[in-house]
Design a protein. Structure first.
Length: 99
């Protein structure tokens, strides 16, 4: 199976369901982009690695729960972002889709 490209991922956002090939990290970002914070959070909280913690922190920052966000960014080994949410989402997508 070929690796998904950023353009393919963004095109998939026009669909009502995510591509079956998405890993949990990209699935969490997909749900977030579809404005389904609950599904994005539910997906992210089950990912037990630094990338999952990064997404988890981003989601809590977006939610406005900065103390919880700080905890998750720390678990991810990252500083909490001060970028606009859309920019951080793009940054996360670019890094994760290239892995």
């Amino acid at each position: 199976m070929r690796k998904m490209k950023i353009e393919d991922f963004k095109l998939s956002l026009k669909n009502s369901t995510p591509p079956k090939s998405l890993n949990p990290l990209l699935l969490a970002l997909w749900y977030d982009a579809k404005n389904d914070w609950q599904k994005a959070h539910q997906t992210a909280q089950d990912i037990e690695n630094k990338d999952g913690s990064w997404i988890h922190g981003y989601l809590h920052r977006k939610e406005g729960d900065l103390s919880n966000a700080s905890y998750w960014y720390s678990r991810a080994g990252r500083e909490m972002s001060s970028e606009p949410h859309e920019k951080e989402w793009e940054t996360i997508l670019i890094e994760l889709i290239s892995k």
